[in-house]
Ligand binder design. Structure first.
Ligand code: MG
Ligand code: MG
Length: 256
């Protein structure tokens, strides 16, 4: 969406402020022995405690056989995105992507982090660091005067020479009034192409990358994307608001 009024702007920023605290809280509760379902229950509790809505729960994307059954998408190790919470018990050394959406006064924000369960291996840390830096690069390219392709290109460039593979078929999107809005913000692309970035634009940027090859497929549940080669994957996402002279990271967490 494009923010038109001070009230919309205020609601969006408040949604993001609440969201940042919740995602940081959840990330802090990731530890060995916790099930992905327990984290989902916590996510929903935290969102509803503020009087807000967990917007992924019951969301049915085009082509899906059934609505998404949980508040939180939780994707472990070789799972890439859209993992469904279950009785799976997290183990020391796993890496876990937490992807959450919240609606506050009708304003939707969407953000994700990948965190280790306890301590993990050097390669997994490098994958997480690189993907987080790719999000920073995407945010830096998100400014008035640029085009969506400039964001995509900056994301792609951030993975060059790292040995990690950016997932090309998934990417960011407009957000605010709906979970997924135009434009699609690819994680690869050409500078100077695509829609112009204009003041008031709200975007969710989300680089996703694998230790091994870029190929991903959807598991039998119809939602979970996983790497084809079984290598681990990381995902970092923020909702941002473009303003005339700066870009606000709406879903920034308190520790960032
Ligand atoms: Mg998300
Ligand atoms: Mg998203």
């Amino acid at each position: 969406m494009v923010i038109r009024t001070p009230e919309q702007r205020e609601d969006l920023l408040e949604a993001g402020r609440r969201f940042g605290i919740i995602l940081e809280t959840l990330a802090g509760e990731v530890r060995p022995g916790v099930t992905t379902k327990q984290l989902d229950i916590r996510a929903e509790e935290l969102i509803r405690a503020g009087g807000d809505e967990p917007i992924f729960k019951g969301y049915q994307p085009e082509g899906a056989r059934y609505p998404f059954p949980a508040a939180l998408c939780i994707s472990v190790n070789d799972e890439v995105v859209h993992g469904i919470p279950s009785d799976r018990v997290l183990k020391e050394g796993d890496i876990v992507s937490l992807d959450l959406g919240l609606s506050h006064n009708g304003m939707i924000v969407d953000s994700a982090v990948t965190v280790p369960v306890g301590k993990t291996d050097t390669k997994s840390y490098a994958l997480m660091d690189t993907t987080r830096l790719a999000l920073d690069a995407a945010i830096a390219a998100s400014r008035v005067g640029n085009r969506i392709g400039d964001i995509s290109h900056a994301t792609e460039e951030a993975f060059k020479g790292t040995g990690f593979s950016v997932v090309k078929i998934l990417g960011g999107h407009g957000v605010g009034e709906e979970v997924h809005e135009e434009p699609f913000v690819g994680n690869v692309g050409h500078p100077g192409t695509g829609p112009e970035i204009v003041p008031g634009m709200v975007l969710a940027l989300e680089p996703i990358a694998n230790i091994g090859r870029a190929g991903v497929h959807i598991l039998r549940d119809g939602y979970t994307f996983a790497t084809k080669d079984g290598s681990r994957s990381a995902h970092f996402e923020h909702t941002i608001l473009i303003e005339e002279n700066n870009t606000i990271v709406v879903t920034k967490r308190p520790s960032e």
